[in-house]
Design a protein around this ligand. Structure first.
Ligand code: PLP
Length: 410
């Protein structure tokens, strides 16, 4: 994106006008006006219970249904019924695991990784109570990569599901989800992919990747604290429900949405799509493209810009002798997103962000709930890693500002 384009982008986010540099985007991103307006409009004009016969209830029902339809198009799902909404990725995965606990049989096997956020590990470990055997696919601690050869050794004819992350929220590297999924499907198992750290940076395409389950959180993708789980329809329709006993098995996705969706946030989440479409309209004149194609163009713009930021920041990190990057040194768009974790020689990670705070720059330290990874990499004693995470609205000037501060204090 050129300077004028990035200015346009930033103008959509009121929080970006106050001079603060947000580099904790993998924790949570800022929200454009389109999202806030959608939530507020729903609450102020349509806040009724769905399912009644009166006009406003029908109107609200249509708005919620439209939201599922838009998200299905945005992520290339075949059917709006494949879009399950919930309060967080953690809650959605816990619900999914609860359902699968009654679908799998004792003795079946599930594989998790040691580099996922706990949201895509803990719920699966809970299946042990139902007699499911859990195995762990560990990354190579030198290359920080998940290797298919290792996965092949763990898989057996009893493996029913492999849960893995598209991008680790610590490492920032992109796992080849299509290739991994093919490998797992060839061996007869399902995949459940955590796309939380991927979705803010690249377009989600569940059809191309052929994934069975894919989850991400709107609050990291410029939206509200809310989340989406994609599930293949043929599979969702077979799963036991976790809603009230009288909600039919055919009632997809409602049987997996106990207590129903949050109406204002479901509708509000489509403000993200409005925002992305506003960026599209600013850059392209074509109006006949379908939503998925428009979003692809927008994410390509973001990717280009993010690669520039990545290159700059990685050059700095790798030039400092006392900094150890936890992740790939490659800057290319195919390899990573702009989420960087590092440790500094002889300094605990917890000491660094507070020294940056005074410059109106937000970074943070910790294990980011990828505690098993931090433990396995031997980084618990240094209080985990320092993490700097960028998205498309960060500027080269902000990155340079952060570099100057880090250079001074490290
Ligand atoms: C990679 C990843 N997965 C899952 C989660 C959990 O998301 P949620 O807060 O929506 O449960 C996070 C949150 O930080 C994350 O970074």
């Amino acid at each position: 994106m050129s300077t004028s384009d990035i200015n346009f982008v930033r103008q959509q986010f009121p929080a970006l006008t106050n001079g603060f540099a947000f580099f904790d985007n993998a924790g949570g991103s800022q929200v454009p006006v389109q999202v806030a307006n959608k939530i507020s409009h729903y609450l102020l004009h349509s806040n009724v219970q769905l399912g009644a016969s009166y006009r406003i209830s029908k109107q609200s029902e249509a708005m919620v249904a439209t939201a599922s339809g838009l998200w299905a198009q945005a992520i290339n799902a075949a059917d709006p019924a494949e879009i399950v909404m919930g309060s967080s990725s953690t809650a959605l995965l816990q619900n999914l695991a609860r359902s699968l606990a009654h679908y799998f049989k004792p003795g079946d096997e599930v594989i998790v990784t040691n580099c996922d956020h706990e949201a895509n590990i803990g719920p699966w470990l809970g299946l042990e109570e139902a007699g499911i055997v859990i195995k762990t696919w560990k990354i190579n601690p030198d290359s920080f990569q998940l290797e298919l050869e290792e996965l092949g050794k763990l898989m057996t004819s009893k493996t029913r599901l492999v849960a893995f992350t598209h991008v680790s929220n610590i490492l920032g590297s992109i796992n080849p989800v299509e290739e991994i999924t093919r490998f797992i499907h060839e061996r007869g198992a399902l995949v459940c992919v955590d796309g939380v750290a991927f979705a803010p940076h690249r377009q989600v395409d569940v059809k191309k990747w052929d994934v069975d389950f894919y989850v991400f959180s709107f609050y990291k993708v410029f939206g509200p604290h809310y989340a989406l789980l994609y599930g293949r329809h043929a599979l969702l329709s077979q799963l036991p429900g976790i809603n009230h006993y009288f909600i039919a098995r055919e009632d997809v996705p409602y049987k997996l949405q106990p207590g129903n969706v949050n109406f204002e946030l479901t509708v509000g989440s489509t403000g993200i799509i409005d925002y992305l479409d506003t960026v599209f309209a600013q850059h392209f004149e074509v109006s006949t493209w379908d939503l998925f194609s428009r979003l692809k163009q927008v994410f390509d713009l973001f990717t280009e810009h993010e690669e520039q930021l990545t290159r700059r920041f990685l050059e700095f990190l790798t030039s400092k002798k006392n900094i150890r990057l936890i992740g790939s040194v490659e800057f290319s768009r195919e390899v990573r997103v702009p989420t960087f974790s590092f440790v500094v020689e002889n300094i605990k990670s917890s000491v660094i962000p507070p020294q940056v705070d005074g410059y109106d720059i937000g970074i943070r330290w910790g294990d980011f709930y990828a505690r098993r990874l931090i433990n396995d990499l031997g980084l618990s004693d240094v209080d985990g890693v320092v993490r700097v995470s960028m998205v498309h609205y960060n500027t080269v000037e902000e990155v340079d500002r952060l570099i100057r501060v880090l250079d001074r204090i490290l």
